[in-house]
Design a protein around this ligand. Sequence first.
Ligand code: SF4
Length: 387
Amino acid sequence: MADDKQTQTYQGYEQGPICPTNDVYSLLLRLIRNCPWNRCSFCPVYKKQKFSIRPVEDIIKDIDLVRTYIDRLLKENALPIAFDQERIHSIYTSFEVRDRVAFNNAVKWYAAGMASIFLQDANPLVMKPKDLLFILRHIKDCFPEIETIATYARSSTILQLPDGTLEQLHKLGLNRIHVGLESGSNLVLNRMRKGVDRFGHIAAGKRIRQAGIELYAYVMPGLGGVDLSIEHALETAEVLNAINPDVIKIRTLGLSPSTELAHWQLRGMFEKPGDAMIATELRLMLETLDNIQSRIKSDHILNLFETVTGRMPHDKEKMIGIIDRFFELAPKDRILYQIGRRMGFFKGLEDMDTSSRMDQVQLACKNYGVTPKNVDQILDRLMMRFV
Ligand code: SF4
């Protein structure tokens, strides 16, 4: 009876919409659907999507399906074929593939070396700890060589976990947690309906690190708006100083039209800072970081400088220097850099020396009719493609 019921309810292998940039080659394993909070004013990802926790038996079936397909690929000695569409298709048709999504995920993961798994969607640690432990144990049994198991989590969820749970999860393989801090300012966090204050962020961040789990902390330049820009920069740096995350990820605010924040902007209730103010904010945050050893990563197209990356404190001056050089550019070159960056031609200022790229950017600026007056508006439109 129980089996019949499970067969009826199981919808096949599921995959959520997003994962961190580090996990594009990870196996994406969906434990929950969407976000249990779903109230942050700037976040478009799960809006209008219903939250649910997937049944543990369905998640186990997903894991088993991938194991079955991996075994088959191994039997076919399929390493070189992972990129060969014809052979993938012949394997696909030669044995009964019950689940195309699971098969495709298995092929992609196999080709990438099967080093890591990412647990989706927004906050899987809301599941019962005993279920999470059961799932992790099953992953370990099926894939004992896995190096990294990562997930997203909210600070408030981390704080609600019973004592010792993070340590148990870590023992069974969970070794990286991505937390969206966004800001260290209570005014900003409140306004954005983040559902946690700066003290909650600090306590949760420390808890993750004390459990021996790597913490990736995301901060969002621009989220303070024009009015709270300085406060946002200073207090975010203070929270990061208190936590000392393993990695600080910079992800600049981009306004998606479907968000509450975009509506606030239209009604004059929020003013998104332009690039120059955001660069100043980032500089102030970097300058205020102190006594931490975090790595800083800026690997997102929404960020004005992908090259602002390095380890604290060693690379602090180098990172600040990049921002200073941006401000030393002549106004017309600054605009060229901004447009070229958001069109994907430039990662850093040195890319402006490549004449072929510069020619394309100059042409684009001419075609868009970019002027110092409209540059921020045009950039906002370009950035919308990546939110
Ligand atoms: S908790 Fe994360 S996923 Fe959920 S609404 Fe906020 S930013 Fe979006």
